[in-house]
Design a protein around this ligand. Structure first.
Ligand SMILES: CC(C)(COP(=O)(O)OP(=O)(O)OC[C@H]1O[C@@H](n2cnc3c(N)ncnc32)[C@H](O)[C@@H]1OP(=O)(O)O)[C@@H](O)C(=O)NCCC(=O)NCCS
Length: 405
């Protein structure tokens, strides 16, 4: 049994004012963070449960469906990396918001499977989106990373340091799966989802709560590849770069963590469970999602689930679920949406968002054309910058050789 230490209530990193104080804040001239755009991308390769069996995993479609609710997952093809998925999801969010890349102030990529240990995946995404005025950083809070990033982005916007923050959750955990290990290999999929948060006079993100209990670090871990076990022949031979998980303990802790985090975020927003039109929980396991819904006294229609199609896509799971909920017409203007997650760390997080964006969004063709053109231009500019750096290097080498002679 995982014991969750500490009180979540003491861990508010941001708690928006209760509704009656909202007016006062506007008079103060402070701005809120609202969702202005959204987008998702999953790789085209779909692998069903039966295909996993055909690939040699000792499992069955029946077991996976019954114990997890998962029917299939999307997996990257060779050469496809986290930033490739993140860029596509990010572009779609910008398109919906009708915001130019050059107007983004900050890009946060929530991921625990970056393209490289350094630089950050966010920097690669920033370059590929042509977000020339944006800062960029990665956030690693595993499956809770996206909700953590929403909280950080909201803080930047509310403090007036940013107007447009692109928050992307993207993970390719399949790169770290030990495929014959059936207790983990059937659970995960790859994908990316993004939200564009924008400063607004209308309240959007109402509250957020974050939590962590590092005493459970070993329950869900990729032990090798970091400074504790630097990569070498021994760690590779040992399989230390593969994901290890204590499924039962994570399962028990997950419901507990999500219930507490959701309750805390709800109290902070000044709302009651019946005010929440839709709960979007981290998509790890159907049984966990149903248990959380029951504990929060929500009826099944209030709880969104798409774990059957994608498996657990780690930091991407919540934004992907949110995008699908929007597409299915389950999010309406003025709705209150709650996002709640848990994951390795152990970590958990929840946020309540008031949905203000009018739906559906219509973008005239010339806007889409301009946006596409802008992207082509930023790709060319990036190539030009690389070449200019290379040429400078060559010139400097020649000139220093000359001075040495
Ligand atoms: C992984 C998980 C689905 C396993 O379900 P479970 O009901 O707890 O299953 P158990 O681990 O108790 O294993 C029961 C049996 O099924 C077997 N089993 C495990 N995985 C299997 C698979 N994919 N196919 C068939 N059998 C499997 C076990 O070997 C065990 O067999 P045994 O009784 O002969 O030893 C479940 O623990 C879980 O979802 N945990 C949370 C994981 C998670 O969400 N991680 C991500 C966090 S962000």
């Amino acid at each position: 049994m995982v014991e969750i230490e500490g009180r979540i209530d003491s861990k508010w990193i941001h708690s928006a004012d209760p509704p009656q104080l909202i007016k006062e804040r506007q008079i103060d001239g402070k701005s809120f963070a609202r969702v202005a755009g959204w987008g998702m991308y999953v790789p085209s390769r779909v692998v069903s449960n039966d295909q996993l069996v055909q690939l040699g995993v000792d499992t069955s479609d029946e077991w996976i469906r019954e114990r997890t609710g998962i029917k299939q997952r999307h997996l990257v093809s060779q050469g496809e990396a986290t930033s490739d998925l993140a860029v596509k999801a990010g572009q779609r969010a910008l398109d919906v918001a009708n915001v130019r890349s050059r107007d983004i102030d900050l890009i946060i990529v929530a991921t625990c499977t970056p393209d490289h240990l350094l630089p950050s995946t966010a920097s690669i995404v920033q370059d590929r989106l042509g977000a020339v005025h944006a800062g960029a950083l990665d956030v690693n809070a595993a499956c809770s990373g996206f909700v953590y990033s929403i909280a950080l982005a909201t803080g930047q916007i509310e403090s007036g340091r940013a107007s447009n923050v692109l928050v992307i959750g993207a993970d390719v955990l399949s790169a770290y799966i030990d495929w014959p290990e059936r207790s983990t290999s059937v659970l995960f999929g790859d994908g990316a989802g993004a939200l564009l948060l924008q400063s607004s006079d209308e309240p959007g993100v109402l509250s957020a709560t974050l939590g962590s209990d590092g005493s459970g670090a070993g329950l869900l871990i990729i032990p090798g590849g970091g400074t504790r076990l630097p990569p070498n022949g021994h760690t590779l031979g040992n399989g230390d770069h593969h994901l290890k998980m204590n499924g039962r303990q994570i399962f028990r802790g997950a419901t507990q963590m999500m219930e507490r985090a959701a309750g805390a975020a709800l109290r902070s927003s000044g709302l009651k469970p019946e005010d929440i039109e839709l709960l979007i929980p981290h998509q790890a396991n159907q049984r966990i999602i149903e248990a959380v819904g029951r504990k929060l006294d929500l009826n099944p229609e209030q709880v969104f689930m798409n774990v059957d199609k994608y498996g657990n896509t780690v930091a991407a799971s919540i934004p992907i679920a949110l995008c699908e909920a929007i597409e299915q017409g389950r999010v309406k203007p003025e709705d209150h949406i709650m996002l709640v997650s848990f994951g390795a760390g152990l970590s958990w997080a929840a946020t309540v968002i008031r949905w203000g964006t009018p739906l559906p969004v219509h973008r005239p063709f010339y806007v889409r054309f301009k946006q596409r053109l802008g992207r082509r231009f930023s790709a060319i500019r990036s190539i030009w910058r690389r070449w200019r750096r290379r040429l400078r290097g060559i010139v400097e080498r020649f000139s220093s050789n000359g001075s040495a002679l």
